[in-house]
Design a protein around this ligand. Structure first.
Ligand code: SF4
Length: 304
C-alpha cells in the first residue's frame, strides 16, 4: 500500500485500482490504522454529524462571541434568503450561512470540527451539507466527499504547515477551500483527476491570502472568509466537473503555496501586526479590548 505523499501518487493508485479517492483513502486507513472499514466509517459519521450539529445551532443563534466582534450573521443570511433583493440561489445562500455559522460557533467557544484548522473549519461543512440538502444527495455519498476532503488536507499537510502563523490564511481557509472543492466533486460523482483539479483551482485562487486577525482573535476577517470560501469551492468544483483543468498540477500548487508562506512577512502571519489587523478600526477595537481585568471592563470593551 503506497503512502500517498503526493497527489500524483494518489492518482496513480486510483487509476491502477480503478477506484475513487475516498475508496483509496479507506484502503489506506485499513492498511495503516489497525481499524476495520466499519470502524473507520463510523468515526467519519460522528465527525459529519458534529459538522451538521454545529451548522444547525449556528444558523439559529444570535449570540455574540465573548469579544462581541461576531455572531448572528449566519442567521441574517438565512433570514435574507427569501427576500426579493436576494439574487443568489438557495444553495449558495446556505453555503454562506453554514460557513458563517461554523465560525461563529467557533468564536462562541462551541464545538466545531477543525477542518483542517479551527480558523478554516467552515468551508467543508458549508459546501458539502448545502449541496447534500439541495440535491438530496444520500448521506453516505456526502461521507465520501468528507473522506476525500480529508485526503486532500492530509496530503497537503505533509508538504506544508497548515496554520496561519506558519503560512498565512492561505494555509487555513485556502487549503479548506481546496478540500471542500475536491470533496464536492467526489460527492457529485466526478473522477479522481477532477477532484484534484478542483482542489488545485480553488487553492490557487486563495494563494497569498494573509493572516491578519483583528485583536488576534479568530473572528474578523475569519468568519466572513469562511462564509465565502464554501461558495468559491463550489465554483471550483463546477469548473472541474465541466472539464476545466488546472494548468499547474496540484503537487506544484502546494509547493508554491508553501514557498509563498515562507516568503510572507511575519506581520502577516497571525501576529496581528499587518493587514486588516492594523487598520484604524481594528487598532481602536484592540485598544479597547486588550487585557480587561474585570467583567465590567470586558463588557465595556464590547462594541455596541
Ligand atoms: S485570518 Fe488567520 S486566524 Fe483567521 S482564519 Fe485566516 S489563518 Fe486563521
Amino acid at each position: 500500500m503506497p503512502n500517498f505523499n503526493s497527489f500524483q501518487e494518489l492518482l496513480h493508485y486510483c487509476q491502477e485500482k480503478h477506484c475513487s479517492i475516498s475508496e483509496a483513502a479507506l484502503q489506506y486507513e485499513e492498511a495503516y490504522s489497525g481499524k476495520n472499514r466499519e470502524e473507520i466509517l463510523s468515526g467519519m459519521r460522528v465527525i459529519l454529524q458534529q459538522m451538521r450539529d454545529t451548522v444547525e445551532s449556528g444558523i439559529h443563534s444570535e449570540e455574540k462571541s465573548m469579544s462581541g466582534l461576531t455572531g448572528g450573521d449566519a442567521k441574517r443570511i438565512m433570514d435574507f434568503m427569501n427576500q426579493p433583493q436576494c439574487f443568489l440561489s438557495p444553495v449558495e445562500m446556505k453555503m454562506i450561512a453554514y460557513g458563517l455559522a461554523t465560525l461563529e460557533e467557533n468564536s462562541r467557544m462551541k464545538r466545531i470540527v477543525a477542518c483542517p484548522t479551527a480558523g478554516g473549519s467552515g468551508s467543508v461543512p458549508a459546501a458539502l451539507i448545502a449541496v447534500e440538502q439541495d440535491r438530496q444527495v444520500p448521506p453516505e455519498q456526502t461521507l465520501k466527499g468528507l473522506i476525500t476532503a480529508g485526503v486532500i488536507g492530509e496530503i497537503t499537510a505533509r508538504r506544508m504547515f497548515l496554520s496561519g502563523s506558519a503560512a498565512g490564511c492561505q494555509a487555513e481557509v485556502g487549503v479548506a477551500s481546496g478540500m471542500a472543492a475536491g470533496g464536492l466533486v467526489e460527492m457529485m460523482g466526478g473522477s479522481p483527476t477532477q477532484v484534484v483539479h478542483a482542489a488545485a483551482i480553488s487553492m490557487q485562487n486563495l494563494m497569498g491570502l494573509v493572516c491578519d486577525p483583528v485583536a488576534g482573535l479568530v473572528e474578523v476577517p475569519c468568519v466572513v472568509r469562511n462564509g465565502l470560501s464554501g461558495v468559491q469551492a463550489s465554483a471550483a468544483a463546477t469548473m472541474a466537473l465541466a472539464g476545466i483543468q488546472s494548468f499547474v498540477p496540484m503537487d506544484e500548487v502546494v509547493e508554491a503555496m508553501a514557498a509563498v508562506g515562507k516568503l510572507m512577512h511575519p506581520s502577516l502571519k497571525e501576529t496581528a501586526e499587518g493587514g486588516l489587523a492594523q487598520t484604524p478600526s481594528a487598532k481602536a477595537f484592540t485598544e479597547r479590548f486588550k487585557a480587561p481585568q474585570t467583567l465590567g471592563e470586558i463588557m465595556e470593551a464590547k462594541p455596541d
